[in-house]
Design a protein around this ligand. Structure first.
Ligand SMILES: Nc1ncnc2c1ncn2[C@@H]1O[C@H](COP(=O)(O)OP(=O)(O)OP(=O)(O)O)[C@@H](O)[C@H]1O
Ligand SMILES: [Mg+2]
Length: 228
């Protein structure tokens, strides 16, 4: 579904990602865990075309590459950015609609509110008045309306209370089961990564230093990369 080979990304002269390779199979869930500044956001942005790769290949059966990022999203990749980036002055429903092309507004998929009933209750409220957890659900809903095959989330638990983190994990697992979605998520919260992913990749200073199936995870070894 998504295959990344020897990806190298620079910001100017600064070499941020070094030969990153990864694979996401259809319907599977992969977590990329690593501390602040290790390159998680850069990697995810490179995958959706927000930052250019200098070397390496990104192949996706969800979307034909290379495409401009807006077309890649349309072609099957949904992106939930770090910090959620919802529009505070727009209503909940208007925020969701920004995930669609204008001419498809009539095809508004009702399934969104089945997954996130709280968003239906609040559909006329301004996005900026929602709690952090509700805004995260909104950002996920916005990414889902285009019916992606792969949902990419950048640190979805950042700034979210523990009880709500559990809810988000449950939502992602339900979405996978019911829509057959594949999920690629970056995280620093290991418990959340283990709740949602089958496979973990550890990123350290722009390199994938460890890759493990959840069932044969050496939890202390992974944790050592996450604690300072
Ligand atoms: N636009 C930019 N220009 C230059 N350097 C950048 C830019 N964005 C990020 N960096 C640098 O690239 C490195 C990787 O940053 P990135 O944001 O990908 O890390 P991250 O793992 O997402 O961190 P966090 O957990 O804090 O979000 C860091 O050293 C960061 O300072
Ligand atoms: Mg980041």
């Amino acid at each position: 579904m998504l295959k990344v080979t020897d990806l190298n990304v620079y910001y100017g002269e600064s070499h941020v990602l070094h030969d990153v390779s990864l694979n996401v199979e259809p319907g599977s869930a992969v977590a990329i865990v690593g501390r602040n500044g290790m390159g998680k956001s850069t990697l995810l942005k490179a995958l959706i075309g927000m930052v250019p790769a200098r070397r390496g290949a990104i192949e996706s059966t969800a979307a034909a590459h290379p495409l401009p990022s807006y077309r890649r999203v349309k072609a099957g990749l949904g992106f939930v950015p770090q910090g959620r980036m919802i529009f505070p002055q727009l209503s909940v429903e208007e925020n969701i609609l920004t995930g669609l092309e204008t001419r498809r507004y009539t095809a508004y998929p009702g399934f969104i509110y089945e997954f996130f009933p709280v968003l239906r209750e609040m559909k006329d409220r301004k996005g900026g008045n929602l709690s952090g957890g509700q805004q995260q659900q909104l950002a996920i809903a916005r990414a889902l309306v285009s019916r992606p095959k792969l949902l990419i989330l950048d640190e979805p638990t950042e700034g979210i209370q523990p009880s709500i983190i559990k809810d988000i994990a449950r939502s992602l697992n339900d979405l996978r089961k019911e829509l057959g979605l594949a999920v690629l998520v970056s995280e620093q919260v290991l418990s959340f990564a283990l709740d949602v992913a089958d496979r973990l990749l550890v990123i350290d200073r722009g390199r994938i230093v460890r890759e493990t199936e959840k069932h044969d995870l050496d939890i202390e070894a992974v944790r050592s990369y996450l604690t300072v």
